[in-house]
Write a protein that binds this ligand. Structure first.
Ligand code: SF4
Length: 323
């Protein structure tokens, strides 16, 4: 019976090349992509289609929230806990491999490609933290790393693996041409590396009760406000924001909009004490004339009367990039 291996693939070139390299040796590769409020699995799905490989999608949202509360290996430049995030992904990959009877797991990591999360120490730490160190193969840099069990047991030929290191892409491009993979950009990003999003998320983390999957999604839309009663408020900037806010807000959120006229959607996360203030911010962005009372309604039909906030108050409360 042939050897099956499960690989992590976000849709970026390196994960695809690692899979293609193993497939060349006759390994049956299956790809696994991870999903959370911070990154989408779509690139991985497309890559699996291109390779004609079976594809699995694993939701790691709750695990990511745990890491944001307390990342054992710390954050990167922004609120990106990359080392622990990789360890979490590869731990889930290993568990899935066991369930599916796969012989080993692999990734497209390249030694030295990222200064913090792909140096030798980090690669070793990630492997150890994942709990699957002995069966975690990095085909693109394998010859520069300690042999893993699949290599020692002859399930893969180490000599046909690579010794890539550093940030250069030339050898990846050559390999892609040889195995017939179309050139592509890096996989669709992770919003945790975005400084503006990290500033918003930092305020959410200061309020542990508010760290939920829905709230992490909501923070990606509109203007976000740090309100004095302890809540966070969001006001849509355009139709796209408004639709996303309406679609994402759940029963735990208060959604408000002006009655009788179109305008921005407001969403409150946390203390209802801040509802009138959020309504004032919605009225300000709806360009209600200063001093005029506007009537807003929540989804359950509660009416709130508010005068528009001043520009100064709006600016004071809006969360801006601080990281
Ligand atoms: S960039 Fe995001 S998805 Fe990638 S390892 Fe870091 S935290 Fe995880």
């Amino acid at each position: 019976m042939g050897v099956t291996a499960l690989g992590a693939c976000s849709g970026g070139m390196d994960g695809i090349l690692a899979a293609a390299l193993l497939a060349e040796q006759g390994v049956s590769v299956e790809l696994v992509t991870f999903e959370s409020p911070f990154f989408s699995p779509e690139g991985g799905r497309a890559a699996a289609l291109e390779l004609g490989a079976p594809w699995h999608c694993e939701d790691i949202s709750e695990g990511m929230l745990e890491l944001l509360r307390d990342p054992p290996s710390g954050f990167g430049k922004n609120l990106n806990p990359c080392i622990d995030c990789h360890a979490l992904m590869f731990s889930r990959l290993g568990q899935l491999a066991l369930r599916r009877g796969a012989a080993f797991i692999f990734t497209g990591e390249v030694l030295g490609q990222r200064p913090m999360s792909q140096n030798r120490g980090s690669l070793n730490r990630i492997a150890r933290l994942s709990g699957y160190q002995d069966i975690l193969l990095r085909p693109l840099s394998a010859k520069l790393l300690r042999p893993t069990r699949p290599e020692m047991e002859g399930l893969v030929d180490r000599e046909r693996l690579l010794d890539l290191s550093g940030r250069g892409r030339k050898r990846q491009r050559e390999l892609a041409a040889r195995v017939g993979i179309a050139p592509r950009q890096a996989a669709g990003g992770c919003i945790l590396t975005d400084p503006a999003y990290s500033s918003r998320l930092a305020r959410l983390l200061e309020r542990p009760g508010l760290l939920t999957v829905e709230n992490c999604r909501l923070l990606q839309h509109g203007r976000v406000y740090d309100l004095p009663g302890g809540a966070l408020g969001i006001v849509g900037r355009n139709r796209r924001d408004n639709l996303a806010l309406l679609e994402t807000a759940g029963p735990g959120h208060t959604v408000v909009e002006l009655t009788g006229v179109p305008g921005p959607i407001g969403v409150l996360m946390g203390s209802p004490e801040d509802l009138t203030l959020l309504c004032s911010l919605v009225a300000y962005h709806a360009k209600v004339p200063p001093g005029t009372r506007a009537i807003l309604a929540t989804r359950d039909g509660t009416l709130v009367s508010a005068v528009p906030a001043t520009e100064r108050l709006n600016d004071d409360l809006m969360i801006r990039q601080t990281r």
